[in-house]
Design a protein around this ligand. Structure first.
Ligand code: NAD
Ligand code: MLT
Length: 311
């Protein structure tokens, strides 16, 4: 029997599929060193975002045939090294689209109405209504950076909320934007016009610190920013400064430059207008079932000698 290592928490349905064709070891607390030590034993590995498959880790996987990422982003996998070693890398491009888009909308509404802070205040024994006067999203402009699967769903929900949508995506056709009822604009125009900015693009060397001090200067005073895409697209130092100065009225972050977020991160000290969630965008029952089935089936097929779809 081939052996599969599951090194991040994966829905049981995925493990059941893998168990049809392989011996499955679920080890979700391995240190990077322990991972490198055990990897040579395995024919396949299934991960979420917690496991970092660095060059060294991939090279340790001498018997790996396939790496399965139960989610979208493969930025935690050294794909060039895997490709060089003939290891297929697969993901689940659509399984958590709705979950991530809905988390984004929840973040936008929570930012607008101070829901997390008002809840904490009330549970803390207060009845404070004055501190939590919010704003409406109706007739506001939402700027979407990256109009792919998640960005498009966010656009359609935001349109139903009565928002005007601007999008920046250099790889998108005007026809597709028109079909979605979205104004496709240059980045600078979006930054200048948007009341809310939400990020839905991959982290690459081109998108590293795309939102930095210079670009924040261009934005409207009082803009609110949401990042449910990837940490590192926003410069966290610059955004914290912009919150302190009042230039940015609020931020909601699901993803961080370093995950887990360091205990001493200055972001934790900021006030009611800063909402932080621990990479929960894909954490719905439905999405976790979708991605587990999607990726486990691909791993099963490769272990059976059938062709795979690459990430
Ligand atoms: P997608 O590939 O469907 O869409 C990404 C879009 O970004 C594409 O349309 C692409 O053209 C565009 N893009 C690429 N480079 C760009 C640039 N420099 N400027 C502007 N646009 C650019 O991906 P998706 O499924 O919509 O996922 C979007 C992001 O969300 C990814 O980073 C993914 O890893 C992340 N994600 C996070 C969670 C979470 O748990 N928080 C869950 C799912 C996905
Ligand atoms: C993804 O890229 O799919 C998300 O980051 C969700 C996850 O970590 O599984």
């Amino acid at each position: 029997m081939p052996k599969v290592l599951v090194s991040d928490p994966i829905d049981q349905v995925g493990i059941d599929i893998l168990s049809q064709v392989a011996t499955v070891d679920v080890k979700t607390t391995l240190s990077p060193e322990e991972l490198i030590q055990v990897l040579p034993e395995y024919d396949a590995i299934m991960i979420r975002s917690g496991t970092k498959l660095t060059k060294e880790a991939v090279e340790a996987g001498k018997n790996l045939k396939i790496i399965g990422r139960a989610g979208v982003g493969v930025d935690n996998v050294d794909v060039p090294t895997a490709t060089r070693m003939g290891i297929v890398v697969v993901n689940s491009p659509e399984g958590n689209t709705i979950a991530a888009a809905e988390h984004t909308i929840a973040m936008m509404m929570s930012l607008s109405r101070f829901i997390p802070a008002a809840n904490a205040s009330l549970k803390g024994g207060k009845w404070d209504r004055k501190s939590f006067t919010g704003v409406e999203v109706y007739k506001k402009t939402l700027g979407i950076l990256g109009l792919g699967k998640i960005g498009s769903h966010v656009a359609s929900v935001a349109k139903a909320l009565g928002m005007r949508i601007f999008a920046y995506d250099p790889f998108l056709t005007t026809e597709r934007a028109e079909k979605l009822g979205v104004n496709l604009v240059e980045l600078e125009i979006l930054l200048r016009e948007a009341d809310y900015i939400t990020l839905h693009l991959p982290k690459t060397k081109d998108t590293h610190h795309l939102i930095n001090a210079d670009r924040i200067t261009i934005m409207k005073d009082g803009v609110r920013i949401i990042n449910c895409a990837r940490g590192g697209i926003i410069d966290e130092v610059a955004i914290a400064e912009a919150i302190k100065s009042g230039k940015v009225a609020g931020i909601a972050l699901d993803v961080f430059e370093n995950e887990p977020l360091e205990a001493e991160s200055g972001l934790r000290e900021l006030g009611a207008n800063v909402i932080l969630t621990p990479h929960l965008g894909a954490s719905t029952e439905e999405a976790q079932t979708n991605v587990a089935v999607d990726v486990a089936e691909q791993i099963r097929d490769v272990l059976l000698g059938l062709p795979a779809r690459s990430a």
